[in-house]
Design a protein around this ligand. Structure first.
Ligand SMILES: Nc1nc2c(c(=O)[nH]1)N[C@H]1C(S)=C(S)[C@@H](COP(=O)(O)OP(=O)(O)OC[C@H]3O[C@@H](n4cnc5c(=O)[nH]c(N)nc54)[C@H](O)[C@@H]3O)O[C@H]1N2
Ligand SMILES: Nc1nc2c(c(=O)[nH]1)N[C@H]1C(S)=C(S)[C@@H](COP(=O)(O)OP(=O)(O)OC[C@H]3O[C@@H](n4cnc5c(=O)[nH]c(N)nc54)[C@H](O)[C@@H]3O)O[C@H]1N2
Ligand SMILES: [Mo]
Length: 759
């Protein structure tokens, strides 16, 4: 069977709703994912490609950042990994003929789903000023156009260099080097919209903005708390780790406004038991209100403080700072306020406390449910307080576990993709490459949008991603993008960001993870860092989607030479031809990468050093782990309003839509749904199956709307609603961001619902 043609547009959005299932499977290569894969790439290619995912001699799954176990299964990928691979290894192609047949105005009316379905980009394409269609362009001319526009800027800070999180370490290192040699720290990345709050909170409190646990710690923990995360869909292989932990006696508390199927029961097809009943994952489900987590952890901290012998006093004395001030605030935690903020009852919190006190080794895992609120940074700090109290950092089976999104988002940051680089990093770059990097901080995602809007930025360059669809406040963001002189996207697939452009636009097609990368220096591999700080190689084997594609490192190397000219002493040509030469420089600049080329030849990879985890050294300003004290915050809801979270369905990868089903929530064949508690819906006069417009209300009095959502009565926490991103990004105001981290508050949008008809 060969690949099937994509479905037509408009895509019929007609949701069917059934009660959500009570369990999730990781089922690889059967059923749903196999069907999607075979439609994209046919049967033989599906089998051959999927067997290489996450194997020691294979490629890193372009899905999530969950680590690989030491002992790998033959099918070391999950259902959603298979979809991510199929999306990239598809046999469909977007050629110059396609662009000739579809002017930009036509593409602009298409859904993101349709655009992605068209297949892989094959040629560099150029949209000249005033033109109606993209036309093919040579690589040389494309680089020339970029050099021309960058050269015309009155300051390097008028350029913005965005990165999404699939970019390899090698490409990311070159890209930031190029941006800084050009003269700017304007390096926003998807992390700004994702785990920035985790990075901010952890750097301040522990001194390292990354998780402090390895996979083996999860396997040996007594208690794992999963807060604000939906692993059944977004990190399916994590369920196998939770299963193993449970087999070893661990307990699991999940904290979530939604009962997520994957956290209820896991049927692992790789174990005999998984094929029958599966394993119950959650021992205690705390159905919290959106944004109630800081209050919950604060009260738990008070209760720990009040329990004789519960605090690890030796750890607190030896390794921490700020205990007294923290303890004084924590002792003020109020039961009534906590019950109001969380929507929980006293018995549930008491039960949680008993489990916490019974555990000697506790891990807290979290994702977007904790990071995308106004008070996300103090919330994550409170989680750190909670772990520090009982010495749960820097010992086996315990620690912080922010579960990252994109497969190399953590590595990109390690490589220097950051608008606020540390002085020590810039010093090292300066020493190694002999130029003076800019010291002033650059724009993050939200500031980059403002800068474009206000005419302070004129060239927008994206290494992957789908900036206009992923960013908040869609209309504002799209208008901002249209003011640019030039927008450039290095991409594998067509998306919305290619059709909302500056005066001139370029699409530069690139290799994906699954593809062979042959350069003058021979076959190349790249490296990635997973969510637990393990670095390993990734080698693609498939024939590239077209002979014109260039790798990301090759694109940056050629662009850099063209823009920086012969005056740049950086050996760009060598870097583009032999990635080992890039790794040698990474080894010279970034601590933890000593002997990089030698060590990465170990098929299991190697762990980056992590002071708090390895020997309880905390590279903070105080030299200790910092307790912090802050007022408790939680969202206040006006009468008749709901708090909306914008989240992922089972059939999407961020802005990439694989299909229209959200199997684990019982929703089929549609994405314009809003999940509302039946009681709340009744109070608002909205029957299940009726339609409503979502109107967000912002503190400055402004409103934003998204029309025509099918109301689904759903067992979410009271007062809370849920709908899919990116459709609901129109509702999230640009200025509604988390304090300190500036991450868009996509999980707490105050809305009212108005009865309507299907969109
Ligand atoms: N298949 C697939 N895999 C993916 C992705 C994908 O789109 N598709 N995206 C990748 C990326 S970039 C990321 S960042 C991760 C995202 O992984 P997740 O963070 O799991 O993704 P979301 O769908 O945003 O789900 C947020 C979860 O937090 C809960 N939640 C929301 N608000 C709150 C709150 O206030 N408190 C608590 N306790 N819970 C809350 C929601 O109910 C939901 O279960 O997944 C990565 N993996
Ligand atoms: N409302 C709301 N908004 C959100 C979120 C939310 O929960 N709610 N989540 C936020 C989060 S956590 C994130 S991480 C961002 C995601 O923001 P982005 O990372 O910008 O978006 P993606 O949808 O992951 O990007 C998909 C595109 O990446 C390109 N691509 C795929 N693979 C490759 C590759 O190997 N190389 C290159 N060069 N390009 C490639 C393809 O062209 C594809 O169309 O969205 C954020 N936005
Ligand atoms: Mo993310």
């Amino acid at each position: 069977m060969a690949a099937k043609p994509p479905t037509g547009d408009p895509v019929q959005d007609a949701p069917d709703v059934t009660p959500p299932p009570r369990s999730a499977v990781g089922l690889p290569a059967v059923g749903h994912s196999l069907r999607i894969a075979q439609q994209q790439m046919g049967v033989r290619r599906t089998a051959l490609t999927l067997l290489r995912v996450n194997q020691k001699d294979g490629f890193d799954c372009p899905g999530c950042a969950w680590p690989e176990p030491e002992k790998r299964h033959k099918a070391e990928f999950c259902e959603n990994g298979a979809k991510a691979v199929a999306e990239e290894a598809t046999l469909r192609r977007v050629t110059p003929e396609f662009f000739a047949a579809h002017p930009v105005a036509d593409l602009a009316t298409r859904s993101g789903y349709w655009l992605g379905q068209q297949g892989r980009l094959t040629h560099p394409m150029y949209l000249p000023e005033g033109a109606t269609s993209y036309e093919p362009v040579s690589w040389d001319r494309a680089f020339g156009i970029i050099a021309e526009e960058l050269g015309a800027l009155s300051s390097p800070d008028e350029a913005v260099f965005y990165t999404s999180g699939r970019t390899s370490n090698e490409a990311a290192f070159l890209y930031q080097l190029f941006a800084r040699e050009f003269g700017t720290n304007n390096l926003p990345d998807c992390s700004n919209m994702c785990h920035e709050s985790s990075g901010s909170a952890l750097t301040e409190t522990l001194g390292v903005g990354k998780g402090s646990v390895l996979l083996k710690d999860l396997h040996t923990a007594d208690l794992i708390i999963v807060a604000g995360q939906n692993p059944g869909t977004n990190h399916p292989r994590m369920l196998a780790a939770l299963e193993e932990a449970k087999a070893n006696g661990a307990k699991v508390i999940s904290i979530n406004p939604l009962p997520e199927a994957g956290l209820e029961r896991f049927k692992n097809p790789q174990t005999p038991r998984g094929l029958t009943t599966g394993v119950a994952i959650t021992d205690l489900f705390l159905q919290i209100r959106l944004g109630g987590d800081q209050a919950l952890f604060r009260l738990l901290n008070r209760l720990i403080l009040e329990t004789e012998g519960a605090v690890d006093e030796e750890f607190v004395r030896e390794h921490t700072h700020g205990f007294e001030e923290f303890a004084a605030t924590a002792r003020d935690a109020d039961w009534d306020e906590t019950l109001r903020a969380t929507g929980l009852d006293r018995a549930e919190i008491d039960r949680a406390l008993r489990m916490v006190l019974a555990s000697k080794r506790t891990i807290v895992c979290w994702a977007m449910g904790l990071t995308q609120h106004k008070h996300s940074v103090p919330t994550i700090r409170e989680v750190v307080n909670f772990l520090l109290l009982r010495g749960n950092v820097g010992r086996p089976g315990a620690g912080v576990c922010p579960v990252r999104g994109h497969s190399n988002v953590q590595g990109d940051r390690t490589m220097g993709i950051f608008e606020r680089p540390a002085p020590a990093f810039l010093d090292a770059l300066e020493r190694e490459f002999g130029f003076a990097p800019p010291r002033e901080h650059g724009f993050d995602v939200v500031r980059a949008i403002r800068a474009l809007r206000d005419g302070q930025a004129k060239v927008f360059f994206a290494m992957g991603g789908n900036f206009v669809a992923a960013s908040p406040d869609t209309e504002v963001t799209e208008d901002a993008m249209r003011t640019a002189r030039l927008t450039v996207h290095v991409s594998t697939k067509l998306n919305r960001s290619h059709v909302v452009t500056g005066a001139r636009a370029l699409i530069l097609p690139t290799l994906g993870r699954t593809e062979r990368d042959l350069q003058a220096g021979g076959p190349q591999f790249v490296t990635v860092e997973d969510s637990m700080g393990m670095v390993h190689a990734s080698r693609g084997r498939l024939e590239p989607a077209g002979p014109q594609l260039l790798s990301e490192p090759a694109i940056v190397a050629r662009l850099a030479r063209r823009v920086l000219g012969p005056g740049s002493r950086t050996p760009w040509e060598e870097f583009g031809q032999d990635y080992a030469s890039i790794r040698d420089r990474i080894a010279a600049v970034i601590p933890g990468f000593e002997d990089f080329n030698a060590r990465v030849s170990d098929p299991s990879g190697f762990a980056l050093p992590h002071g708090p985890r390895d020997d309880r050294t905390f590279p903070t300003t105080t030299g200790k782990a910092n307790f912090t004290a802050a007022p408790v915050e939680y969202p206040e809801l006006p009468e008749g309003r709901l708090l909306l979270q914008t989240l992922r369905s089972h059939d999407q990868y961020n802005t990439t839509i694989y299909g229209l089903d959200d199997r684990y929530r019982g929703i089929k064949n549609g994405r314009r749904v809003v999940l509302v508690h039946p009681e709340d819906a009744r109070e608002l006069g909205l029957a299940d199956g009726s339609y409503a417009d979502l109107i967000s209300e912002w503190t400055d009095g402004s409103e934003r709307r998204a029309d025509g959502f099918r109301v689904v009565h759903y067992p979410t926490a009271r007062g809370c609603a849920a709908a899919y991103y990116p459709e609901t990004n129109v509702l999230v105001p640009l200025d509604a961001t988390a304090d300190t981290s500036n991450t868009p508050a996509s999980k707490s949008v105050v809305i009212r619902l108005e009865r309507s008809a299907p969109a």
